[in-house]
Design a protein around this ligand. Structure first.
Ligand code: V4E
Length: 219
């Protein structure tokens, strides 16, 4: 397990030039994501995001207190921090802990395998978002461990991310410092948090879920 610390940003040709000046492009790839939740949003209302990308599963969970309990109007940090879990048995365990009533039904279960999707229907998990992304990635000269991704989603939204992966027990504060420093080097506007692909997707294609998550202060 590791913690992903990241800050999103909007980019234009000037930003791209600034990134090319201080970084090296390390590749371009395209991937297809599917996100899953129960019909009553039991995962996303707790800011827990279950994703399948290229047959691999990932669960992103908040490291901070539950988002839904945050007071309205509380100032949001520019950086997000999420635990990333990629082992399917561990994901299954976590998801069962989050979903009410799942434990009695599934406690004695063997963990699912990559080839078997039956756990999804057992936990009433359905795909609520599906999109493809083309991503260009950059590393930075003189800034170890910092990655920049420029994402173009197929539904017409593009967004950049400055990202540092912190191993379990590592220094999250210094990751945030590196991100802030990189954002300054790129001359980014750091006044407010920028929407990610999912927020843009929900707003456009899942307005009911978007409104519920917004009023629960998850988004
Ligand atoms: C954590 C999260 C979501 C899951 C998608 O996470 P994200 O890092 O935006 O996607 P992506 O494709 O860049 O994943 P990677 O390739 O880095 O693994 S969807 C919403 N959230 C919460 C969230 C939020 N509330 N606000 C912002 C600015 N970001 C994420």
């Amino acid at each position: 397990m590791s913690v992903e610390v990241e800050q999103k940003f909007l980019f234009d040709s000037d930003t791209l030039k600034a990134i090319e000046d201080i970084g090296d492009c390390v590749g371009q790839k395209r991937f297809h994501d599917q996100y899953f939740d129960t019909p009553d949003f039991q995962l996303t209302l707790r800011d827990v995001w279950l994703r399948r990308r290229k047959r691999s599963w990932e669960l992103k969970c908040p490291i901070d207190p539950v988002k839904g309990s945050a007071e309205p109007g509380r100032e949001q940090s520019l950086c997000t921090r999420y635990k990333e879990i990629t082992s399917l048995p561990e994901i299954y365990q976590r998801v069962k802990e989050v979903i009410k009533d799942a434990r009695e039904d599934c406690d004695a279960d063997v963990p699912p395998s990559d080839e078997d999707d039956s756990w999804l229907s057992k936990l009433k998990l359905c795909c609520f978002a599906e999109f493809a992304t083309t991503r260009r990635s950059f590393t930075l000269k003189g800034e170890d461990g910092v990655k920049i991704d420029l994402d173009q989603a197929d539904f017409g939204y593009h967004v950049g991310e400055i990202e540092v992966l912190v191993p379990e027990g590592g220094d999250i504060q210094s990751a945030q410092e590196k991100i802030r420093h990189t954002a300054q080097r790129l001359g980014l506007n750091q006044e407010r948090r920028v929407e990610g692909k999912m927020t843009a997707y929900l707003k456009r294609y899942r307005p009911e879920q978007y409104a519920i998550l917004l009023s629960a202060h998850v988004l």
